[in-house]
Design a protein around this ligand. Structure first.
Ligand code: VGL
Ligand code: ZN
Length: 200
């Protein structure tokens, strides 16, 4: 099989999305040790690691207070916007900030940019990435939109089934999100499968 150049993309593993946070995803903290295992595996294989963060201005139409649908969360430079304290991001992790518009809702990491303003898409192209491994929060919002965005842009995508958690405002939202990602062409993988695959 053709060897595709891969990267890991960890979506929004931030304090506000974890239990105790302002927009807590049930059991979100459970995926942190699993994500850390993926990080180690990608680091060992010298593959790039991206971490997106929801990075909202104080005033944005994303928040209920200003006409949107969400409670205040992940406000730039607040504690809740920090990555989970147990997440072991290597120094070279490329941080992608998103949700910075005061007027627009956006969920996909492909709407985000690094500290120099480069889009995620351009960064992936520069690095020659062909296949993205996506985990994080939340399955039914940012993970879904990021995965569908990646597929539309022509990347191969693997969803890390043991390293995602959903909000499930409506029962089965996450299940439906996974179905939709599969229909659009994403493949599903778990850590054990990947570790075995890469050890041969
Ligand atoms: C997200 C709701 C609001 C997410 C972000 O990261 O999935 N969900 N903002
Ligand atoms: Zn948000």
């Amino acid at each position: 099989m053709l060897k595709l150049k891969k990267a890991l993309l960890i979506v929004d593993l931030q304090i506000d999305f974890c239990p105790g946070g302002r927009l807590a995803v049930p059991q979100a903290d459970k995926i942190v040790p699993v994500i850390n295992k993926y990080i180690k595996l990608f680091s060992k294989n010298k593959l790039p690691i991206f971490a997106s963060r929801d990075w909202h201005p104080k005033k944005t139409s994303h928040f209920k207070k200003f006409g949107g649908r969400w409670p205040l969360h992940c406000v730039q430079n607040t504690k809740g916007a920090q990555f989970h304290p147990k997440l072991r991001l290597p120094q070279e992790t490329i941080i992608i900030s998103k949700g910075m518009s005061p007027q627009k809702d956006s969920y996909s990491a492909f709407d985000g940019e690094d500290s120099s303003g480069q889009s995620l898409y351009n960064l992936l192209k520069i690095l020659g990435i062909e296949e993205l491994y996506v985990g994080g929060l939340a399955t039914d919002y940012c993970v879904k939109e990021t995965v569908l965005g990646a597929l539309r842009k022509g990347f191969k995508v693997r969803v890390l089934l043991d390293a995602i958690k959903g909000v499930d405002i409506k029962k089965d939202d996450s299940k439906k999100a996974i179905q939709e990602m599969k229909i659009q062409g994403a493949k599903i993988i778990t850590f054990k499968e990947l570790e075995e695959k890469w050890s041969t």
